[in-house]
Design a protein around this ligand. Structure first.
Ligand SMILES: [Zn+2]
Length: 447
């Protein structure tokens, strides 16, 4: 067992008894003023340290809350700098909608767990104004919150007051400082992960080199929606409608965030079926510099929040006690996985198809990449890779069903899309048409 920090955000409704939603509204409007002021000073070229102290001195929130709101606003400016190549607009200097209040537990807000399982709250809406009442939410989140409030190993962290869907909500972060996660050295199953802009591929390998199973979770709707949002933003930039542009950006972030949460849940569920798994990702820091990914991935790295997806998967896995690790991604997409061959060439990969130019081994390119991630992990850990001659003939492809208009994030999860037999025959499991056929002819190779 090894220990690591673990943080989760819990979401609750607010059943207000003292004070009112108007008080929270006033607090969020003050948060908006702070946020806009931060943007204004940043545009004027102020040092961020000076921005902070100046804004804090003039705010109507307790100092600690103001500092956190300024941090959030500066974080958005930072995100813009990271994404501007992909057409992200600079945060609009003056937003009209209320902004979340960010508060520290014990300072801006406080929670009081009761004997009967309920939890009372007190929120300082603005200096000297308190809003009190009871939290409401799912039993699951209440359990975790009760644990966080009562267990000495846990800490209740920052919370945000947000107004969403005509309702006031509190998003509370809870952190375990020394969460126990299994040691990667005790893993029986090594699950390699290959993240792409339209899918995530997983391959589970035992220590004997036997690939137990593999799966590809597709999320084409994220790519499509992102494209749509991108086009909308461009149109608005042309028309100088920057206020709407920032709304679109928020919509897009919410949409993608929601989808990625669902995908990461599917991933962890799938991984949990194996005994003592470890999840292995490609190291994103290395990926940005890697020759292999140079052209293929560079644009995509900016366009899909890969880091967010990996973080979600590894934190959800950590809750289940499953460890994560990462490897150098160099050549994982180009290398032939057969121990005998190992031929590495860019031409081996063509879109979703991997075909070794030397030994003619063929496979689904992303599943194959996931296998190579596992091999890389064995090599880095032990300097030795279990022998591999073939892959299971079947790749399960799960596609997130698009729900009517535009494939919203609330669709019914994954449809089993296609399995491919060892003979390379596609077996449609779903009635829906238009699908790519993924074939693996590994077992058809000469012995
Ligand atoms: Zn080969």
């Amino acid at each position: 067992m090894q220990s690591s920090k673990l943080t989760q955000t819990l979401s609750f409704g607010l059943d207000i008894e003292t004070g009112s939603g108007d008080d929270l509204q006033t607090g969020c409007l003050e948060a908006r003023r702070i946020r806009n002021e931060t943007n204004r000073l940043d545009r004027q070229g102020w040092e961020w340290g000076d921005v902070k102290s100046t804004v804090v001195d003039n705010a109507d929130h307790v100092n600690n809350t103001t500092q956190l709101i300024v941090d959030k606003a500066l974080g958005e400016i930072e995100t813009y700098h990271d994404n501007k190549d992909d057409g992200w607009g600079r945060p609009y200097p003056y937003i009209d909608e209320p902004y979340p209040m960010v508060m520290n537990h014990g300072e801006g807000y406080r929670l009081f767990p009761e004997e009967d399982g309920t939890v009372r709250f007190r929120i300082t809406a603005t200096r000297g104004t308190h809003v009190k009442g009871q939290l409401c939410g799912s039993p699951d989140h209440f359990d975790r919150l009760q644990t966080a409030c009562t267990d000495a190993e846990w800490r209740v962290g920052t919370a945000e007051v947000v107004h969403k869907h005509d309702e006031w909500r509190l998003h509370v972060t809870v952190t375990h400082e020394n969460h126990r996660v299994a040691s990667k050295h005790d893993a029986d199953t090594v699950v390699g992960v290959d993240v792409n802009e339209d899918c995530i591929a997983l391959a589970a390998m035992g220590r004997d080199g036997n690939v137990k199973d593999s799966v590809v979770f597709e999320y084409p709707s994220i790519k499509e929606q992102r494209h749509e949002f991108f086009t909308k933003r461009k149109r608005m930039q042309k028309a100088n409608q920057t206020a709407f542009e920032s709304v679109i950006q928020t919509e897009e972030q919410d949409y993608v965030h929601d989808c990625l949460h669902k995908v990461s849940r599917n991933v962890v569920e799938w991984v949990s079926q194996f005994s003592s798994p470890v999840i292995v990702f490609e190291d994103l820091k290395d990926m940005r510099e890697s020759i292999d990914y140079g052209t293929r991935m560079n644009r995509r790295l900016h366009s899909l929040p890969f880091a967010a997806l990996q973080d979600m998967v590894s934190s959800k896995a950590a809750w289940e006690g499953i460890p994560s690790d990462d490897v150098n991604p160099e050549y994982t997409s180009q290398r032939c996985p057969r121990t005998e061959c190992q031929h590495t060439e860019r031409a081996n990969r063509h879109k979703k198809r991997f075909k070794c130019q030397q030994c003619e081994f063929q496979d689904h390119a992303d599943r194959k990449a996931a296998v190579c991630v596992v091999q890389e992990w064995f090599d880095e850990q032990y300097g030795n890779v279990p022998s591999l001659d073939r892959l299971p003939g079947r790749v399960w492809v799960m596609r997130r069903a698009a729900s009517g208009a535009g494939g919203g994030p609330d669709s019914h999860g994954y449809d089993l899309y296609s399995g491919v037999t060892s003979a390379g025959e596609a077996q449609p499991v779903s009635e829906q048409g238009a699908r790519e056929e993924f074939k693996s002819v590994a077992s058809a190779l000469p012995e």
